[in-house]
Every structure is written in C-alpha cells, then in structure tokens.
Design a protein around this ligand. Structure first.
Ligand code: FAD
Length: 291
C-alpha cells in the first residue's frame, strides 16, 4: 500500500531495519525473525535502509521481499551516492517487480571505508536529483528531514527550503533524523508549516540501548541531549539492564508527548532489535501486541 494513502487515513507507527552483515546473518533468518516479531503490533510500514555505495543492495531487496511476505508495507530507502541513472533504473525496476510502492529518496553519505574510483556523486548530487529521476516511476516518495539541521546546511531555514523543494518534486512525506528533545521537533514542525510545507512529518525515534551507542550517535548527528537524558546516561552507564529500562521509559514518554502533540507518525529506529522496541511500543500505549 502507498504510505501517502495510509497517512490520509491515520497517524502511523513504523519501524526501520537495516541489512545485517553477511557474517552475522548469512541467510537473513535473523532479520526475518525480528520482522516476524514486529508484526505483533501491526506497523503501518517498515523501512529498509540502503548502503550508500551499494554493498548491501541485494540484501536490502531481499529484506523488502521478506517484509511483503509478512504482509507488511515496505519503504525502500535509495541513495544517490555512487549511483548512476542506469543502476537506479535497475533497482527501481526490481523494486516494482517485488511490489514495493514506497521509496525514501536520500542523498546518502559517502561511507568512510569506501574508496570510490570516481566522484561519489556520479549522476545525482542531491536527494532532490534522485527524487526527480524516480518521480515519474510512480513510487510514493518520502524524504529525510532534520529537526536540528543537516550538518552541512548553513541553517535550519535552508533545510526547510530544501523540504519545500522536495515536496514540489513529488515527495509525499518526511521522516526525521533522530532527536531526543521534543521541543526541538515541535519548533521545527512549526517552522515547516509556517514555510508552507504541507506533507506529513514523521518523527524518527531512536531507542536508547546503551550509553556508549547514544554518545556516538550524538557525536555523529550533533543532536542535543536534554538534561533528563543526560542524567540517565550518567546514572546507568555501567548497568546495561537498568539503562535499557530507563531508556525504554524515556523513548515511550517521548512518543506519548509527540502523539499528544499531534505528530503525523512515529518511526522507530529498531537497530534490528525487536524485544526492546515492542516493549517501548507497549509502554507508550500506542498499540497493543496481538497474541
Ligand atoms: P539532501 O536532501 O540532498 O541534503 C544534503 C545536504 O545538501 C543538506 O545540507 C541540504 O541542505 C543540501 N542540499 C540539498 N539540496 C540542495 C541543493 N539543490 N542545492 C544546495 N544544497 C542542497 N543514509 C544512507 O546512506 N542510507 C540510508 O538508508 C539512510 N536512511 C536515512 C533515513 C532517514 C530518515 C534519515 C533522516 C537519514 C538517512 N540516511 C541514510 C542519512 C542521509 O543519507 C544523510 O543524512 C545525508 O547526509 C543527507 O541525505 P538527504 O537525503 O537529507 O540529502
């Protein structure tokens, strides 16, 4: 089903998974188990990331196929980095054959470990260029949004201008970069609406699994850490179980506040872990699990 149609009917709960490394899950039975567990709360869609440069391309397609086989709606990420128009035509053709109707059109980052023989921006420079190329293929297109500014952007107003351009190019919904401070999200949403961006803006929420993981993410993404979360990270740094419990509470209350604030949807970055994600959904009261 197209995600824009789903969003016309209701606010969404969705999940993101990534293709596991070959050596960790060669036959994808691990990710299949995770996805099967996640069906318990009937997510509105499941997104599958795509490595810039294409090293995990076949596995991303295989996972989209698993999502469909479990009667869930897939959202396939596609990136511009390192891809030619020909590559993209092949991938979008394969996605159509599988029955994938939704694509998240992204620029991607040049992976540090990847050495491109040529310019990484082969045929597309920005997500907008990729969206323009894919739009006529009749996918329902999504785009990325940054409540705390994309690191390369001069300011947030510029990011909102890019969102407006994406919307004019046919993007029908946005999913945000993770954030831990809901006030930041609400201000950002107001700025988008004030600038005329009408497409639904789905909030990306990262569960807190380990203090170290959050510190690393904060360093990379530059997102702010509210005092309440800082206290949790300090207090439970040495105790994984307590950290998970406090982290799940934090994510669940973030979701509840967003939901009460009228968010268009909540997208959980699962890190391919179903147990804690299902626990967060249960604590938030958003959906109860089917038996
Ligand atoms: P763009 O929208 O192209 O923006 C990139 C930068 O260029 C911004 O600073 C923007 O302001 C600027 N810009 C855009 N258009 C123009 C223009 N016409 N002229 C001048 N400047 C411009 N990465 C992956 O590799 N694989 C994934 O699966 C993946 N999934 C993601 C999912 C979500 C929800 C999010 C938020 C990010 C994801 N990323 C993924 C990371 C993303 O690829 C990076 O954040 C990347 O740096 C930017 O991608 P973008 O699509 O926002 O790029």
């Amino acid at each position: 089903m197209r995600i824009d149609s789903i969003l016309q009917e209701r606010r969404t709960l969705s999940f993101e998974v990534f293709p596991p490394k070959q050596e960790h899950d060669e036959d994808l039975s691990g990710i299949k188990k995770t996805l099967t567990a996640l069906t318990a709360v009937s997510p509105d869609f499941v997104s599958v990331t795509y490595g810039a440069g294409g090293h995990n391309r076949p596995r991303a397609l295989d996972i989209a196929e698993i999502v469909i086989s479990l009667e869930m709606t897939p959202l396939s990420h596609l990136t511009a980095v390192g891809y030619t128009k020909e590559d993209t035509k092949r991938v979008t053709g394969a996605l159509s054959e599988l029955g994938v109707e939704n694509v998240l059109a992204l620029r991607g980052d040049v992976p540090a470990e990847m050495k491109f023989p040529q310019d990484p921006w082969v045929d597309f420079r920005y997500a907008l260029d990729l969206a323009e190329f894919i739009a006529p293929k009749r996918f329902c297109l999504g785009g990325a949004a940054y409540p705390e500014k994309h690191p390369e952007s001069p300011d947030s107003a510029w990011d909102v201008e890019i969102m407006s351009r994406k919307e004019r190019m046919g993007v029908r919904f946005f999913i945000t970069q993770l954030f831990f401070d809901n006030d930041v999200f609400f201000k950002f949403r107001d700025a988008c609406r004030g600038a005329g961006v009408r497409a639904p803006i789905i909030a990306g929420i990262m569960p807190i699994f380990k203090a170290q993981q959050i510190r690393r993410i904060v360093e990379i993404s530059g997102c702010s850490v509210p005092a309440k979360l800082e206290a949790i990270l300090d207090r439970y740094a040495g105790d994984d179980a307590a950290m998970e419990n406090a982290g799940s509470d934090y994510a669940a209350s973030q979701i509840v506040e967003l939901w009460n604030g009228g968010v268009d949807g909540v997208h959980l970055y699962t890190m391919n872990k179903s147990r804690q994600v299902l626990d967060i959904v249960a604590r938030s009261g958003l959906r109860s699990a089917k038996n």
